[in-house]
Design a protein around this ligand. Structure first.
Ligand code: 13P
Length: 282
């Protein structure tokens, strides 16, 4: 069932767990993630970056893959198809027109005024089409798809200003980074809690890879309802494929190569779902 993120994140907020956002890169990853979440009766968000969309062949290709797999595999758990870090209003509109059920408009690199303006424009296009909107304030550190940033902690005032655009979810940058952490993450839980209480929105935590389990639990306690995970699955899959190829140098069938990372990926997914508390919540 492909749905927007509204109901799944409101339920998570009310019942104090978080839903995993896993980034997808191709058809096989999409299938592995869907199967793992169906098996664990967990709702799931399939996040797609603009880089991954380009890699896979375009917005409508991604959409066709997701809708077709959900149908053919008879996936019953709620699945959201979400644009990750939409960099422009146009990108969000393209995703919505292609059937994405949720979009993130990331105006965090612009001034607050510009961020608010572009976010409002996306909300007014998305909501009549039943598409949910996530927006970002502050700056998530690290690098994703070649885009690098320094960490910039969101302020409560800016978070409140952005929340007034009628967005459905807010991603306040509070110390997390995309990719691997160079040192122990330094998340501002106090501010996370404050932003959650004042805005009353389900909050999103980006840069889920490498945050210690205890800190993830604390973040959920402070209002995080969606955790974005990308690098961790990339590492799990690539390590397994590397080992497989090292031990099976005669293999050249790409299906065997890609599939050799399936079990490791599904294991990593299950561990994350357990940690987030979303197993059995579908
Ligand atoms: P990681 O790559 O650190 O898991 O972050 C993923 C993310 O936040 C995608 O938006």
């Amino acid at each position: 069932m492909v749905v927007n993120m509204k109901e799944m994140l409101m339920k998570a907020k009310n019942e104090h767990y978080a839903v995993a956002h896993f980034n997808i890169n191709n058809l096989e990853w999409t299938r592995f993630i869907l199967e793992a979440c169906e098996e664990n009766r967990s709702p799931v968000i399939l996040g797609v970056s603009e880089g991954a969309i380009k890699y896979m062949g375009g917005y409508s290709v991604v959409s066709s893959i997701v809708y077709s797999l959900v149908k053919e595999l008879e996936i019953k758990v709620p699945v959201a198809l979400h644009l990750d870090h939409g960099s422009s209003v146009l990108s969000c509109k393209k995703a919505i027109d292609a059937g994405f059920t949720s979009v993130m408009i990331d105006g965090s690199k612009y001034s607050l005024e510009e961020n608010v303006l572009m976010t409002k424009e996306v909300v007014s296009y998305a909501h009549p089409k039943n598409v949910t909107v996530e927006a970002e304030i502050g700056a998530i550190g690290g690098e994703e798809d070649g885009v690098a940033n320094e960490v910039l902690y969101a302020t409560v005032e800016d978070a409140v200003a952005l929340s007034k655009t009628e967005i459905d979810f807010l991603a306040p940058a509070l110390g997390s980074v995309h990719g691997l952490y160079k040192r122990e993450p330094n998340l501002n839980f106090e501010r996370m809690k404050q932003i959650c209480e004042i805005t009353n929105l389900p909050l999103v935590l980006h840069g889920g890879t490498g945050i210690p389990d205890e800190q993830i639990k604390m973040a959920i306690h402070c209002g995080i309802c969606k955790l974005n995970i990308n690098t961790e699955l990339q590492i799990a899959w690539t390590n397994a494929v590397r080992t497989f190829l090292g031990a099976n140098s005669e293999v050249y069938d790409p299906r065997k190569v890609i599939k050799s990372g399936e079990d490791a990926m599904k294991e990593a997914i299950k561990k994350k779902l357990e940690l987030l508390g979303s197993i059995g919540k579908a």
